[in-house]
Write a protein that binds this ligand. Structure first.
Ligand code: SAM
Length: 283
């Protein structure tokens, strides 16, 4: 049988190929083109509009880093808002916290949730069925504009700024978000490859720096998000993670021991240690 390949076309001058065993499912919804592929190297993968969203082999790297860096920096997050995240990986990690009483996941495309539950059940595991979970099918930008609820932590697990996700990268969006965050709260978002999407990182860092008192970049390896270290931005009016000492994180993270694939307290500290090129972006 002819070798079959999936090529990611996110970056204009780069093609990333994954050799595939089979296409498990493919459907164009009103919002995006959804593919579920079985790949040789990274196992099962969720693809949206030809862009790798998450894979069996490295989903935990990303979901753990988008969740535990902010939630361990917060004194006691009880109400968490996740925007995007239809695969359920961030939701799974958020629900590990006994302090979390409610996790609201606002996902624009219900099909992603349904297909992830069916074809990628190892990602969400029992998260969608947890009594603390509330799923809202809506544009995250609309939700933050209209909700009356207030949150301790907001985690933005959106795709890159293409298609329906574009609105999740604007100053307007961050301004509305700020209004639904409690005084002692924080947010974290993925902000793309620190090498190949420098502009995405720089602009989101600057917008968040303008909107909140503190904004910090942190980095992680996420192998299938090509382009070196992958970036996240964390922002808050009251919480500067650089002022939290490692001993506190070690104490708070004890419950995660043996449960994570990538995250540990030393990684927490290392994530904020930026290479020079990234430091210059954060200036
Ligand atoms: N980890 C991936 C990344 O970093 O690119 C993101 C994965 S997650 C599957 C992205 C989710 O965001 C998708 O399910 C998509 O449907 C959802 N999404 C896109 N735009 C959205 C919007 N405006 N409001 C809420 N969810 C949105």
């Amino acid at each position: 049988m002819k070798n079959r390949w999936f090529f990611e076309e996110l970056h204009s001058h780069i093609k990333v190929g994954l050799k595939i065993k089979k296409t498990v499912f493919r459907q164009k919804t009103l919002l995006q083109d959804i593919e579920i592929l079985d790949t040789y190297e990274f196992g099962r993968a969720l693809i949206l509009d030809k862009t790798i969203q998450t894979t069996e082999k490295d989903e935990a790297f990303y979901h753990e880093m988008l969740t535990h860096i902010p939630l361990l920096s917060h004194p006691r997050a009880e109400k968490v808002l996740i925007i995007g995240g239809g695969d359920g990986g961030v939701l799974r990690e958020v629900l590990r916290y006994k302090t979390v009483k409610k996790a609201v996941l606002v996902e624009i495309d219900e099909k992603v949730i349904k297909l992830s539950q069916k074809y990628l059940p190892f990602i969400s595991q029992k998260a969608f069925a947890d009594s603390r979970t509330q799923i809202i099918i809506e544009d995250g930008a609309e939700f933050v504009k209209n909700t009356k609820e207030k949150f301790d932590a907001v985690l933005i697990d959106s795709p890159d700024p293409i298609g329906p996700a574009k609105v999740l990268f604007s100053s307007n969006f961050y301004h509305h978000l700020h209004k639904i965050m409690k005084p002692q709260s924080l947010l974290a978002r993925q902000s793309g490859s620190s090498i190949l999407q420098k502009e995405e990182l720089r602009s989101n860092f600057r917008l968040l720096k303008k909107e909140f008192k503190y904004a910090n970049i942190y980095l992680s390896s996420v192998p299938t998000y090509i382009g070196g270290l992958f970036s996240f931005v964390m922002a808050s009016d009251k919480i500067d993670p650089r002022k939290i000492n490692l001993a506190t994180i070690k104490r708070k993270a004890k419950f995660l021991r043996e449960k994570t694939v990538y995250f540990n307290p030393d990684i927490w500290q290392a994530a904020f240690s930026l290479p020079e090129y990234a430091r210059r972006i954060a200036k």
